[in-house]
Each structure stands twice: as C-alpha cells, then as structure tokens.
Design a protein around this ligand. Structure first.
Ligand SMILES: Nc1nc2c(ncn2[C@@H]2O[C@H](COP(=O)(O)OP(=O)(O)OP(=O)(O)O)[C@@H](O)[C@H]2O)c(=O)[nH]1
Ligand SMILES: [Mg+2]
Length: 307
C-alpha cells in the first residue's frame, strides 16, 4: 500500500489544532471551555514498540503542557530498538513517569490491557490511551480531560466536524472510513470513528468492562473495548482530532492485521453478547447512568464538541 508521508512542523500542528478549536468555538457561540479539572488524576497510557525516534520527544511534549495531576505509563514490549531504555533513564528524574517493560505475551492489545490495569493501580480517575508515534497530538490531552467530565468514554474522532487526517493517502483514509462503516453496521455503534486509538475512559468504565476477559491480543482491542463499553450502556462522546500520519519510525499495522480485524468484528457480532443484542435482550447489565446524555442516547454528543 502506498502511503504518502509528509513532515508536519510544530507550527503546522498548532495551526491544525487552532483550526479545530476555532471550529468548535464557533459551534459553541464563541464560549471557551473551562480548564481541565486538576482534582481528577489523569493517566496517559502509551503502548510502544520500536518508537525510539518518537518517545523522548513525545514525553517532552506531554510534560510541556504543564498539566497538574497527570502521570504517564509507557508500556513497551521489550522493543529491539530499546525504546524502554530511554523511558527507564527518564524515570529516574520523573516520578510521574512509569514504565512497564513486558517480555511475555506481547502484542498491542495485551500491552493496552496491562497499561490500563497499572493505571487503575496508581489511582487514575481517568485514563487516556494514545499511540507513541505522534499520530495522536498531545495538544489534545486537555480537551480529553475536559470532555471526560461529562462522559464515560471520549473518542478522538477523525470523522466528525473539525476532525481529519494529515499526510494519509486517500486510499488509506477510504479504507479507514469503510472499516468504520462496517463496524458501525455490524456492531450497532453510531460513533463515527470506532477504530480511533486516541481515547479517554473514566475509571469505573475500566473497572466494569472486565479487562482480564478481553480476547484481542492485537490492535483489534480498541474495537473490542468499545463493544464492551457500548454493551454496558456507557456514555460515549466523540471530539474532533486531526490525525497525523507517522513521520518517524515504522508502522506495525499490515494487511494481515486489517483482515484479522474484519474477522474479529464478525466474531463479536456473532458472539453471545452480540446475538443477545441483535435479538433485543440485555446480556450485559447497564451499570452506569448515562451522564453525558440527558435524552438517553449513549452516543449523543455535546453540541459544543462536534458536528
Ligand atoms: N507495547 C506494544 N506496542 C505496540 C505494539 N504494536 C504496536 N504498538 C504501538 O501501538 C501504537 C500504534 O501502532 P502503529 O504501528 O503506529 O500502528 P497504527 O497506528 O495502527 O498504524 P499506522 O497508521 O500505520 O501508524 C504505536 O505507539 C506502536 O508503537 C506491540 O506489539 N506492543
Ligand atoms: Mg500509528
């Protein structure tokens, strides 16, 4: 697959973010959101595999946001390029940085689960999951922290108004959109970007979806988790993000992974929970009130954030 890579400068990133913020602020009649709630402990989980060229810069960017009560967990699967070594060095001077170096049961999915469990152990009130390749701009972290105050789950979405992709080939964008439509149709989601890996969860969501029983070992974990959240009736909100194609390092997502994901979706649809939902019977008991949603649709989005 041919992917056009384009280097995006910091100024350009800021411009993209400003564009997204202006768009949102226009939807919000010019009102600005409040600062994130510093009383909520936010933990950012970053799974990494061979991200040596990105990780130091990414940690710097997150720290430069100057957010209070924020900790970072890097979950590295013993990367051959020794990404973990960089994190280990920094940890000596940064008590808010954690490293999970995993040598067994490796994989993107299992790394995410390990990161979530550790985040709960260190007392997270909300957990943000993001890639370690700069596709997910850390400048959005405060927006996630604000949005989670009114939702159970916040998805960073490329496919809502104000969102988008930079540096992605149109073929890759088309595949992502088709995959999103397929997942929505098969699993009954109404969210626009169900495969986005830039997300924020409230603590109780991660406590209630039974992390240990998740099946996906690879990137399909993002869909499986969303399926659980949906089944439990949690309030899911999307905020626009501009996704940036990776500039440094190499992708681990091949055609095989894509195919596996397609079969994985069918597997979920015809799983016990999926079939129960198809026939209209509740299988997973809703355990939370829909806090962001006065009209009772768990996918309703605050008017100031999207569309
Ligand atoms: N711990 C761990 N992290 C992984 C593994 N595979 C990928 N990652 C990380 O997961 C994040 C997403 O992986 P990418 O390779 O960028 O995959 P992608 O973003 O789905 O694909 P691209 O769009 O091509 O970049 C990155 O931070 C990777 O370093 C893995 O097996 N273990
Ligand atoms: Mg990536």
């Amino acid at each position: 697959m041919h992917v056009i890579l384009r280097s995006v400068s910091d100024e350009e990133s800021m411009e993209i973010l400003r564009f997204a913020q202006n768009d949102r602020s226009a939807q919000n009649n010019g009102k600005h959101c409040d600062s994130p709630n510093a009383y909520m402990k936010t933990v950012v989980v970053i799974p990494t595999y061979n991200e040596r060229e990105n990780i130091a810069l990414l940690l710097d960017k997150i720290n430069s946001l100057g957010l209070e009560n924020l900790e970072i967990i890097v979950v590295d699967d013993d990367s051959p390029d020794r990404t973990w070594e960089i994190v280990e060095d920094r940890r000596r001077e940064d008590a808010n940085l954690h490293l999970l170096r995993r040598t067994e049961n490796r994989g993107r999915g299992l790394a995410g689960i390990a990161g979530f469990k550790h985040a709960l152990q260190v007392g997270a009130d909300c957990v943000i999951e993001m890639d370690g390749d700069f596709s997910h701009n850390p400048l959005y972290i405060p927006e996630f922290a604000r949005a989670i105050e009114k939702a159970d789950v916040v998805l960073g979405s490329r496919f809502v108004s104000g969102g988008g992709s930079v540096g992605r080939s149109s073929l890759r964008t088309l595949i992502s959109k088709l995959a999103a439509s397929y997942i929505r149709l098969m699993l009954g989601f109404s969210v626009k970007d169900p495969t986005s890996g830039f997300r924020c969860f409230r603590r109780r969501v991660l406590e209630e979806i039974d992390l240990s029983s998740l099946k996906a070992k690879g990137p399909f974990i993002v869909t499986e988790i969303l399926f659980r959240c949906h089944g439990k009736g949690f309030g899911i909100t999307e905020i626009p993000i501009v996704f940036r194609e990776r500039v440094r390092g190499s992708s681990k997502l091949g055609f095989g992974v894509l195919l596996k994901n397609l079969f994985g979706v069918a597997g979920l649809r015809f799983s016990k929970q999926g079939l129960h939902r198809l026939t209209g019977q509740a299988c997973l008991t809703p355990t939370s009130e829909k806090i962001n949603n006065p009209v009772g649709d768990e996918h309703a989005r605050p008017a100031n954030l999207e569309q």
